[in-house]
Design a protein around this ligand. Structure first.
Ligand SMILES: [Zn+2]
Length: 296
């Protein structure tokens, strides 16, 4: 899709399921189950959505998904279905892995950093061989010192090889990654969680990462149980939603199963509403019926 001078695309990396209660925190199941119906194991179906921002001179990938380094037992736990091969992750949009200049990872949890590395024979290598991976230094430090509640979400094989190959750029707070694309610190989900803001020719957009993983999380109090600092998430959502709705930004959700991009509007009862763009704005690989096809 054209976005000012940029070309932006979504690639659906996988479908997976996580516990619905963990995804909606203190929101009662009687409410969230209406918008995200749970299966018989109380899990809800989601996707990992990658965003490619091609500025014309640089190709920036936002997130890397779950990747394919999972054993059968783990795949069953998350009902993980890998939709794209890591060696050719962006093939459906005609982009080769070695064409990526920058990869921004919102935080180092396995559903965001899992695809950052891949197996080549018995070696682990960066999935994007020529890219710099942009990571908050605080997130890196935390991943290496996570307390027992947080530890299960981090897998060193997702990010240590990036460091060994000298491909990480450590950031301390808000950073312009390439002209027109910024990493912006929000905290909340993890202390150093970041989102990606981008702008071209007056068009403004934001990839909310795990600050708002699906369209059902648009209401500020609908915060994930996974969040380390849920009240902070609520405050950050309030702030970003006010700006995004007032200035008609394009918003992108990282785990939304249906069309994951659109706009935010404030409706007549004072609530934020997500207005998705038409399916046709997505490349064929990312269309909802395509994503759901392997499940039927
Ligand atoms: Zn996530």
């Amino acid at each position: 899709m054209k976005f000012g001078d940029f070309e932006i695309s979504i690639v659906r990396e996988c479908t997976m399921k996580l516990d619905g209660g963990a995804m909606f925190g203190v929101v009662p199941k009687t409410l969230w189950n209406k918008v995200s119906p749970a299966d018989d194991l109380n899990r809800i179906l989601m996707t990992c959505n990658l965003l490619l921002i091609d500025t014309g001179s640089k190709k920036v990938l936002v997130e890397t998904g779950m990747g394919d380094r999972w054993n059968d037992k783990e795949r069953e736990r998350y009902e993980l279905r890998t939709l794209v091969e890591p060696a050719e992750m962006l093939k459906s949009i005609g982009v080769k892995n070695d064409q990526i200049d920058a990869v921004v990872i919102s935080h180092l949890h396995f559903d965001h950093a899992g695809g950052a590395t891949r197996k080549e024979g018995d070696k682990l290598v960066p999935t994007f061989p020529k890219a710099k991976y942009y990571v908050q230094r605080g997130e890196w430090d935390f991943a290496h010192n996570a307390n027992p509640r947080a530890r299960a979400s981090y897998r060193p094989d997702d990010y240590e090889p990036l460091h060994a190959h000298n491909q990480i750029v450590f950031m301390d707070g808000d950073t312009e990654v390439v002209p027109g694309v910024w990493a912006k610190l929000t905290g909340g989900h993890t202390t150093h969680h970041q989102i990606v803001y981008f702008e071209s020719k007056g068009n403004k957009g934001v990839f909310f990462a795990d600050l708002m993983p699906t369209k059902s999380h648009v209401m500020p109090p609908w915060v994930m149980g996974y969040d380390h600092y849920p009240l902070h998430s609520c405050d950050e959502k309030t702030k970003w939603l006010a700006q995004a709705s007032a200035e008609k930004w394009l918003v992108v959700f990282d785990h939304e199963l249906e069309v994951p991009w659109g706009q935010i509007a404030l409706n007549s009862s004072g609530k934020y509403e997500f207005l998705p763009l038409p399916e046709e704005t997505l490349n064929a690989q990312a269309r909802t019926e395509k994503v759901l096809a392997p499940l039927k």
